[in-house]
Design a protein around this ligand. Sequence first.
Ligand code: HAM
Length: 424
Amino acid sequence: MPEFQRPRGTRDFGPEEMAKRRLVESKLRETARLFGFGEVMTPTFESTDLFVEKSGEDIVGEIYAFEDKKNRKIALRPELTASVMRFYVNEMQSLPKPVKIFYFGNMFRYERPQKGRYREFFQFGAELIGAPSIEADAEILALAYYCTESVNASVADIRIGHLGVLKTLFDKYSIDDSHQIEIRRFLDKKDFEGMNSYFSNNSLSNEALKYLKKIALTKGSPDKLDDIKNLLGSECESIDYLIGLAKKIEEYGIRNYSIDLGVARGLDYYTGMVFEIDGVGLGAESQICGGGAYSLAKLFGGKEVYSTGFAFGFDRLMIARNSKNDRIESLDAYIVPVSNRAKKRCIEVASILRNKKISAEIDLLDRSISKAMKYANTVKVKNVIIIGNEELNSMCVTIKNMKTGIQEKVKEKDIVQYITKCRN
Ligand code: HAM
């Protein structure tokens, strides 16, 4: 047993896995840029108060919160919306609207680890601040959809709801804010038994409970909303909003979505449209993305502004995506000196290739040619370049194309062209 183990819920990523992750990261970044979003970075830790202000004292039990050497209350970020809105309120309020931001980074939550759920995980997210609501929500949904497409993720469903529907019901039955937060937590976990007990323990209306369950189970195409509209009466603007939003996202070409009034979102700051994307092949933790419209700017001392966004669980996205067509570039050339005298020439050849952006590794272990070939096979090098006395004398190198098995003498001045040809 090694002496030091990784902390629970964390992972190490080797070079092969990192190459795949970087490839996916770059596709997500490119997609966000195509939509006119710009990348930001905020600190890995914030003052704990930022998250408490946003979600209440209970959040401290779910995050990595501690005191630093000067007894300041510090927390590792569990998500980035709060940090981005702090940044926005402090420094970006006067920028032309809308402010369109994306981010990628590691998050920390004190959770019970299982497949797809970690204590340190990564999110790719976007926030759109200061555009009219329906346009902004549609654009955010479209960006999330394009992100899944750009990385070949297998999506089971994009479920879109609106917290205004629940709000209308709560108002109708005079259910106050503190109850609403608790009820949303039950809904988020689909814990109907817990909700039954909560209603009876707090003497809340049975009729409200019945309708709440009906709302929570409303799922499908937008025409499913007609029933709920009849139930709540015409005062429920959120239903019309959802119908309008559904039309808009179809204009973006999004078809694989459903209306799901059961989407409640666990975090407390959402106010309107909410959505979740489920991936395929993840088991219990199938949610690869979550987001919606929220209100935080005012809470953090800024002016009220319409804000909407999402975050992908990057690690879950990696599991849900089809990586069959990934092009992870392997090493172009592995250069083997067959004599001590050839070592200098190997460095020169490597430099020529590297300066032309062709990846090249020099054998540093004095491997014999047969061992070098074995190594090249194992690490899947495209070409092995052999330089011995004979090559030195004739100003050429021997190149073995590892795919075709063809071995040829190539003049030094033609190496770049030769290797480039093998790439295609
Ligand atoms: P969230 O739903 O808490 O939302 O997290 C977003 C995504 O992060 C989830 O859908 C999931 O894929 C992933 N995730 C969450 N916890 C873990 C974990 N322990 N291990 C692995 N993946 C995890 C937010 O964080 C909001 N800030 C999203 C947002 C942005 N809303 C508006 N703007």
